[in-house]
Write a protein that binds this ligand. Sequence first.
Ligand code: FE
Ligand code: CA
Length: 505
Amino acid sequence: MLDRRTLIRGAAALAVSRFLLAARDAQPVDAPLRGPLDPFALGVASGEPVRDGFVLWTRLVGVRGDRVIGWEIAADAGFRRIVRRGRTVASAGRGHAVHLEVAGLAPGRPYFYRFHAGGHVSRIGRTCTAPASADRLRLALTSCQHWEQGYFGAYRDMVERDVDVIVHVGDYIYEKSFGKGPDVRSFGAPEPRTLSDYRGRYALYRTDPDLAAAHAALPFVVCWDDHEVENDYVGERGVATADPHAFLARRAAAYQAYFEHMPLRPSVLRPGGEVRLYRTIDWGELARLHVLDTRQYRTPHPCDAPGKRGGQVVRTCDAARDPAATMMGAMQERWLARSLADERARWTFIAQQTLFSRLHLPDGPDAAYSDIWDGYAATRNRVIKSLAAPAVRNPVLLGGDVHSFWFNDILRDFDRPENAPVATEIVTSCLASRSGPEALFGPALRLNPHVRFLDNQHAGYVLLDVTRDRVAVEARAVTDLTDPHSICRPLARRTIEDRRPGVQA
Ligand code: FE
Ligand code: CA
């Protein structure tokens, strides 16, 4: 029988032989690069912290063919104490992106890293391993960054506040202009459809100095929403791209470009074009973050008006309660239920894309907006049931997408507001975009007693300070989206107390 040590040695040998095979035809690390371009112009990034490691990312630009690049990890910012170094291949087929999964480091401490190629050295990145045990965690929750509608200065605020992890729940890029067009700067390119178009869009985003600096300074945990492909798409069904074959080709290009630019594990790429983004991140036994993907596996929107696809207000719609409709797909739902059944953490966070709570609308008692969880009420009920598992001590939903801040009580039955909440929901506004539709959200406070705070005027992000006894939640608003040097200021503070679901003053 193989023991653990032999298995590890075997795995290491396999990794080495895979590297040698890949490296045989690749340009060596010190081969000169063509042209004057800095191959590391897109910067560096890290993510997926675990107790003994993380994922490091970079993507070379201006190179052809596969090539070997060098990497180093140090315990100090001056690289005097280098703890790991090695080589890896940046392959042309993956857009010269590198996703380096590192293991065997010490828990709960910062590390510094950099890459080398052709005599160039990347900027220095800083990241950390997850702690083995923890009594605090500082998260930044963010979503929705439209290049044309605002500067990304809120990221400076996250770096200054020294957060542990940035959780990005989607609309990392936008595929197109909306409304009256650019407010602050232009995409300068048409809507992306091919892999090379989407690569160009991400590369443009990484030229934003605040976004690039945040990636270099802090680990990100990311999941996409719709605009990483196209507005309001669901599963294999496009909206703007109605032809099914054209949509699947567009989605495949968009998915690959997303993977190529994010600090994700290489193993998220699955056969058949799936990118498996649902997963958990642990912070000692203080917190477990379940990251959901509510786009890739969704069934079509219920009760579409004829000839009109995408999210809309549906007045009466039994299909929105159909148990066969799903926001997550059966596999992901089972995975979540199993994970929650054996939860050990004090705080259970569910990071997902959009508004989870019921949103009663002025259009009638059954009216629902079909792109949010109201379009898939049966999935929501199943998730609420899983959150009631005895192992789950403090369930907290985290979301974005709606370009407005919401702090909500989650009820087992949203038509019975007199009952005690069973969970809490925190929704961040857009980081850089225009506010949500006032017709939809304006009457929400009046019609939805479980909505405890709502702001549809500001962009920004949410800071969550997690300790054993409570989570301190702070909405932070960007003072001026049109000013690249704008600061953030606190907009609202609330708390969530241990063993007391719901929003407290
Ligand atoms: Fe958005
Ligand atoms: Ca969205």
